[in-house]
Design a protein around this ligand. Sequence first.
Ligand SMILES: NC(=O)c1ccc[n+]([C@@H]2O[C@H](COP(=O)([O-])OP(=O)(O)OC[C@H]3O[C@@H](n4cnc5c(N)ncnc54)[C@H](O)[C@@H]3O)[C@@H](O)[C@H]2O)c1
Length: 272
Amino acid sequence: MQGILQGKRGIIFGVMDKNSLAWYVACKCKDEGAEFVITNTDKAIKLAETNLIANELGCKVIACDATKVPDIENLLTEAQQTLGGKIDFILHSVAMSQNLRRHRKYPDSNYDYYNTTLDVSAISLHKILQTCIKTDALSEGASVVTLTYIASGRFMEGYGDMADAKALLESIVRNMGGIYGQLRKVRVNAISQSPTHTRAEKCFSKVEYFHKYADKMAPLGRATATDCANLCVMLFSDYTKGLTMQTLYNDGGFSQTVLSGNFMDSFYFNLK
Ligand SMILES: NC(=O)c1ccc[n+]([C@@H]2O[C@H](COP(=O)([O-])OP(=O)(O)OC[C@H]3O[C@@H](n4cnc5c(N)ncnc54)[C@H](O)[C@@H]3O)[C@@H](O)[C@H]2O)c1
């Protein structure tokens, strides 16, 4: 049986290791018949198991710092040469905050780090899409997906300058989606994912508590990395041709819940 991404060509940013959300997405894309390249910074490729992972996935790795336009231009050219045509889908799974890594509290953010957080975690999507438009690298009706988090629009202690980056990212999704939709029917969407164990997440404090909280509060429990990959694949496919400029909450219902019975029960038990 043919997969729903059969014949599609993609670029997947952000595979660092086998915990990365992008790794789950890459595996699912392969299962569904897509051909793709994976990409990360030179440093990440050298540090991590990226080449081994690429062997396992049967795909090429192309180095690209997503904040550098010449790198993006090179990536788009090489990816099209490797895959044999225009690109049908892109996963932008890229984020980094030196303020969070160095445990700087939000009011005490270092502004050089702050600028880098915005550049890496949000403006990089703008740069990728701008370069795609200028070089006409995407096929008509292509699909671009980025990953975000609910703290883009709500106060969450400890999420620091990444909250601002995610707010900007979601705005770029709307504005670039509006433009690119009219130009080439390209869809641009964000998935707001439940907290999931990955390397990026390690810089947040008290992560275990937070996972338990999200698990108890969400009526379906936290959405897993596999759930995230399944949704990405659906967004890359032709089954979602009418969907663009959205932030979709893949969070087990967390974003629509003020209080759940499951959470109340565990909270009450802990109080006693
Ligand atoms: N893990 C979670 O709980 C969670 C929840 C919601 C959203 N997200 C988002 O999912 C995305 C992927 O994160 P993850 O949790 O899989 O962690 P991860 O650390 O595996 O992925 C982050 C990736 O960004 C890459 N990156 C950093 N700087 C880059 C640059 N300049 N150019 C290109 N790539 C660069 C890293 O090398 C890494 O591969 C991020 O946008 C993150 O904010 C994660």
